[in-house]
Design a protein around this ligand. Structure first.
Ligand SMILES: Cc1ncc(COP(=O)(O)O)c(C=O)c1O
Length: 411
């Protein structure tokens, strides 16, 4: 369970950042539409558009957005005072609140703009000699794969990419596949917590322990893990963890964090250089020059919102919504589920393959003809439609989607 101590939020110093009055404590049943309508009212809907594409970037709630805009507005009026003297120093409060919510020591958490920035720092800065190898999967995120490919060209490292079956087999088999690919030269593994293509949740804690026991350090891509799953990222035991807070936490765009285990900090080169005296300081990964504070200060009301909804209540509701639409299409011979949902194998995200069809025109027809946003996934090993409900969606939204999908597939 994510700890989310109340103290962390109070220490976060929310002064001036209004909290949404909407959420009244945890304990809603996942299928209680009236109770969740209360939560979904925290977002501003776009008329005519049904957003089932929360698998990319997510819409912040109105309260987060308003806090962000107020902070931004103050900064733009008198930057030397409001930005430099008042707001940027408060990022230390954000670090503490975020670290407490994630279960990490604050001195291991760097504020960065997204998962890409978090993990390119690690993948490009990790000490690897020519001939040493990184292990990952063909379903890990493409942009991070590009970082590794650059190291192959620049430093002569090697990469092994395993293939994971779709849907994902039981956890033991997944761990065995990864372990089977470890070579004597393998030093590092890049592992996705939740695969963005299918929503599949990997057994990262077991995998991390097994890889570390073989001398392989583990970097976890938590882009879709944090504030989506209700487990604490600290329980994964990884050497490094990166996530984007503009995904499941619903913080302002361009926010994320990197967690690097204390004993690893000094050994990783930051992408943007920092003074040698900061070699052992996690802040060396924040040497970007002048940045806006408003997105990062917007993390505080987003954390508060998440705590008040309740991480477990949120995940249970998301799974309920997912299972509702999956049940409605289960017997349709024109679709096949690519996501294993049994045994907590997934959260909100699920992907359907459309045998014999290209999912791209179907997604386009849903968008143009029906005002429904889902994502077409095209990967060398499979393709499908990815559907990602969020707390702003209802059962009625998913019924509307299923009816529209049936119309689109009827020809
Ligand atoms: C699994 C995964 N990793 C990393 C990223 C990169 O996230 P960002 O673009 O916020 O850096 C994404 C983005 O969707 C993702 O799905």
């Amino acid at each position: 369970m994510v700890p989310l101590p109340r103290r962390a939020f109070l220490a976060g110093g929310l002064g001036g950042l209004a909290l949404s009055p909407v959420v009244r404590g945890v304990g809603r049943r996942p299928d209680d539409e009236a109770a969740w309508a209360d939560v979904s009212a925290a977002w501003d809907p776009t008329p005519g558009q049904l957003n089932l594409e929360s698998g990319g970037v997510q819409a912040p709630t109105r309260a987060v957005d308003e806090a962000f805009l107020r902070t931004w507005d103050a900064a733009r009026r008198l930057p030397p005072v409001h930005l430099l003297r008042e707001q940027l120093p408060r990022l230390e409060e954000v670090r503490s609140a975020l670290a407490a919510a994630a279960g990490f020591p604050a001195e291991e958490v760097a504020l960065v703009r997204n998962t890409t920035e978090a993990l390119q720092n690690v993948l490009l800065g990790w000490p690897l000699a020519r001939g040493e190898r990184v292990l990952t999967s063909t379903q890990d995120y493409w942009r991070l794969q590009e970082g590794l490919d650059q190291r192959v060209e620049r430093d002569g490292i090697g990469i092994d990419r395993i293939r994971l079956p779709v849907p994902l087999p039981p956890d033991g088999e997944v761990v065995a596949r990864w372990l089977g690919a470890v070579r004597p030269q393998t030093r590092l593994a890049l592992v996705c917590e939740v695969v963005n293509l299918t929503g599949q949740v990997l057994p990262v804690a077991a995998l991390t322990a097994a890889l570390q026991a073989r001398g392989v350090a583990v970097v976890v891509d938590g882009a879709h893990g944090f504030a989506h799953l209700d487990s604490s990222p600290a329980d994964l035991g990884a050497d490094a963890y990166g996530t984007s807070l503009h995904k499941w936490l619903g913080a302002p765009f361009g926010t994320g964090f990197l967690r690097l285990r204390r004993d690893r900090v000094a050994g990783v080169w930051p992408l943007f250089p920092s003074a040698a005296r900061r070699r052992d300081d996690i802040r060396k990964f924040e040497s970007l020059g002048t940045i806006a504070a408003a997105p990062f200060l917007g993390i505080l009301p987003a954390l508060d919102w998440w705590r008040r909804v309740g991480p477990s209540a949120k995940l249970a509701r998301l799974r309920f919504l997912r299972d509702h639409w999956l049940a409605a299409v289960a017997d349709d011979p024109r679709v096949r589920r690519l996501t294993r949902v049994e045994d907590n194998g997934a959260g909100a995200i699920a992907t359907l393959s459309l045998p014999g069809r290209d999912p791209r025109p179907v997604a386009e027809e849903l968008r143009r003809g029906e005002g429904i946003l889902v994502r077409a996934i095209v990967h060398p090993e499979f393709s499908g439609l990815r559907v990602t409900p969020n707390l702003h969606n209802s059962v009625a939204d998913l019924d509307r989607f299923v009816a529209a999908l049936r119309r689109c597939l009827h020809d």
